[in-house]
Design a protein around this ligand. Structure first.
Ligand SMILES: Cc1ncc(COP(=O)(O)O)c(CNc2cc3ccccc3n(O)c2=O)c1O
Length: 410
């Protein structure tokens, strides 16, 4: 992808802020580093020393004094490392984005934390849209998007939609006005941006089918435009399996995705995430450096502690169910971090067929361990179980089914 052609002159002119480079450097350095560089305030002057916050379920999140000193201090413009690392794992687990394994130049998956997904939206539009540009979207649409787009003086082209979201045939008809070969020409009027809300559209409630997403994505490839996937209602889908996202099919690195925790954790914490190709996300971060510097460190830590607390309880649930159903047929080590349990099945040389065929018949899905080996065809007795998304009841039933499966296979 030629990402430069998508940037406005303002975005292309942005350069890293020297003080932010120092903050990132300091954040990555060992505590032994002595910095006389940053103009950060002395945390010993902060009047807030610690915090204990009771969360639903009765647990208490504690920000002790050392953590509070970090939480009240400046932090990196991409987001705090702990939260970014967790979010990248989550995106890989949820969407398995092809660009996760790409090189930076090829559009490697990058992420940054934003102050609400609204900030992500606004900065992405200001990065990509200049006056007079043609922008594709399906209206009616979120008023906050129009508030961010319309002042940029672009030409909004409305693509017809229905309760299944944007109608690819209408998009194709609209794009038929142009020759795809012109897309790369300087000054071309071929649209470079398509915006859509793929799940629980605001205000229509429409959710886009996977098939339509595939057709839209193919048109994006043909006319070489970016897809802005604004998905704050992804976690509010009422039926499973959740619809595969544009990010999950993004073989070209042409999807910029916004996630939000406003509807599932707190709207006042103002935390959103941008996921997309590194050359573009880096430009959003340069804008953050020059505007807010970063999303509140304190609220990022609050979210991270809540997430960790949730994952710790999910891990404990999975370990209880493993002890209950699998202790005679498998072995594992309790994970001290992350969202995965690595399970070795006893008496099974290779789990590939067992999982890809037999497990599906019993309606339980895990990942056969072989896919994580350098040579995936090498036999592997392990399976990977994720405890990020399923309920305790689902985890328990899944392991009951897995235990049946292993006993039948032994
Ligand atoms: C499609 C789509 N994209 C992005 C956002 C922004 O979410 P956030 O920044 O992550 O919190 C939204 C939030 N939508 C609304 C917000 C809102 C806030 C105060 C009062 C009313 C509001 N109404 O009515 C809304 O629809 C959205 O629906």
């Amino acid at each position: 992808m030629n990402y430069a052609r998508f940037l406005t002159a303002v975005s292309a002119a942005r350069r890293p802020s020297p003080i932010r480079i120092l903050t990132e450097l300091q954040q990555r350095s060992p505590p032994s580093l002595i910095s006389l560089a940053g103009g950060a305030p002395n945390p010993n002057t902060f009047p807030f020393l610690s915090a204990s916050i009771k969360v639903s379920g009765g647990e208490v999140l504690v920000l002790d004094e050392p953590l509070m000193k970090r939480a009240l201090q400046y932090s990196g413009s991409y987001g705090i490392p702990e939260l970014l690392s967790w979010m990248k794992d989550l995106q890989k687990s949820l969407h398995n984005p092809p660009p996760a394994s790409y090189s930076p130049e090829r559009g490697q998956m990058e992420m940054c934390v934003t102050t609400g997904s609204q900030e992500g939206l606004c900065k992405i539009f200001e990065m990509l849209v200049s006056s007079g540009d043609n922008v594709l979207l399906d209206a009616p649409t979120y008023s906050g998007t129009l508030a961010a787009l319309q002042p940029l003086g672009c030409n909004l082209i409305n693509v017809a939609s229905d309760h299944h979201g944007m109608i690819p045939a209408d998009l194709g008809k609209i794009l038929g006005r142009w020759d795809p070969a012109d897309a790369q020409k300087p000054g071309s009027s071929v649209p470079r941006v398509l915006y859509t809300i793929p799940n629980g559209g605001n205000p229509t409630g429409a959710s886009m089918t996977y098939e339509r997403k595939q057709e839209v994505y193919e048109l994006a490839r043909k006319y070489d435009f970016l897809i802005i996937e604004d998905d704050p209602y992804y976690f509010l889908q009422f039926q499973k399996p959740w619809a595969p996202t544009f990010l999950s099919m993004d073989v070209d690195g042409r999807v910029l995705r916004m996630d939000s925790f406003s509807k599932i954790l707190s709207s006042g914490l103002r935390i959103g995430f941008v996921t997309g190709p590194k050359p573009l996300v880096d430009r959003v971060v340069l804008h953050i450096q020059a505007s807010t510097m970063h999303t509140s460190t304190f609220t990022q830590f609050l979210l991270f502690l809540r997430v960790i607390d949730f994952y710790r309880s999910q891990r404990n649930t999975m370990l209880c169910s493993a002890d209950k159903w699998l202790k005679d047929v498998a072995e594992w080590h309790p994970p001290m971090a992350g969202m995965f349990l690595w399970i070795k099945l006893k008496g099974i040389k290779d789990t590939q067929q067992l999982i890809m065929k037999k497990a599906l018949e019993k309606e339980v899905l895990l990942v056969p361990g072989g896919v994580f080996n350098i040579n995936s065809s090498d036999p592997c007795p392990y399976v990977r179980a994720a405890f990020s998304l399923s309920t305790p009841q689902q985890i328990d039933e899944a392991f009951r089914r897995l235990a049946d499966l292993i006993k039948e296979a032994m």
